[in-house]
Design a protein around this ligand. Structure first.
Ligand code: ADP
Ligand code: MG
Length: 260
């Protein structure tokens, strides 16, 4: 039988918000596992020197032979650092070296395009590539926004009221103008939703209008299960298969597929 061919390569989605602790990494791990359950070939890329995604997939960032630092500085091809993980996803790991990558790249012309070029080498091997960004709008995040066709902005429900994505959206506008015309905001993803809070329910009701952006649904509930999952190197979709949190990420994954 001839090998299955695909007309187009992987869809690259950046998960970014310059604030820390908004559930970027949790969303990448959980959506990745959810896409894999749906039969998609998934690559997760850890672009945060803190390596929380790498750690949460059961990989010790200090023990990896190569990381995204080696790829972005041209020392190794992406294929050489990929690791097969539980949850049916592949990982391009981070390591502490990534803290020095921006300094190296600052001297390189075209630095925003290096990540996209590296991902293109693997695009035919995956359906979806998710980029876990660090909490900054530095060179690595600009590279992610340049490589991606879609952006997901996780935002805790208690922060939704503050309209705190202005700076990120300014950056998105600049990236679209100068670096990557095809970047689209797939949506704001409300996280850590407390359904007992009347205020959060009110804020959720008009969040689309307030931000002028699509809103991915359903909101991800706040649950202690998310704190437990990384400690065993699996996402909540494995450690708490039937939890509300896992169900919410599965539903959001389906919502995302309708938008790409
Ligand atoms: P970021 O990558 O944006 O810094 P993380 O995904 O690391 O954020 O999440 C920050 C913290 O919040 C982690 O301890 C994580 O376990 C916890 N967390 C994430 N999502 C939820 C949730 N829905 N309910 C409760 N805790 C959560
Ligand atoms: Mg993170």
């Amino acid at each position: 039988m001839p090998p299955r061919t695909r007309a187009k390569g992987a869809t690259v989605i950046a998960v970014a918000n310059q604030k820390g602790g908004v559930a970027k990494t949790t969303s990448v791990a959980s959506l990745g596992a959810a896409f894999a359950e749906l039969g998609k070939r998934v690559l997760l890329v850890d672009l945060d020197p803190q390596a929380c995604l790498t750690f949460s997939l059961g990989v010790d960032p200090e023990g990896v032979e190569g990381s995204m630092h080696d790829v972005l500085t041209g020392r190794l091809p992406l294929a050489d650092i990929l690791l097969e993980c539980a949850d049916g996803v592949d990982l391009a790991p981070s390591s502490i070296d990534l803290a020095g990558t921006e300094a190296v790249l600052l001297a390189r012309p075209g630095r925003e395009f290096i990540l996209g070029n590296a991902l293109a080498e693997q695009a035919k091997n995956y359906d979806i590539i998710l980029l876990d960004c660090s909490p900054s709008l530095g060179v690595l995040t600009l590279g992610a926004l340049t490589a991606a066709s879609g952006l997901i902005i996780p935002m805790p429900c208690e922060m939704l009221g503050h309209r705190g994505v202005g700076q990120l959206l300014d950056t998105v506008r600049d990236v679209k103008k100068i670096l990557n015309k095809k970047l689209t905001v797939l949506g704001v993803l409300p996280t850590m939703f407390d359904s007992r809070s009347g205020h959060q329910q009110e804020v959720l009701a008009d969040v689309g209008e307030r931000y002028g952006l699509p809103v991915l649904t359903p909101p991800i509930p706040r649950t202690v299960r998310f704190a437990e999952a990384p400690a065993v190197g699996r996402s909540i979709l494995e450690t708490a298969r039937k939890s509300k949190g896992a169900a919410a990420y599965r539903a959001v994954a389906k919502d995302v597929l309708t938008r790409i």
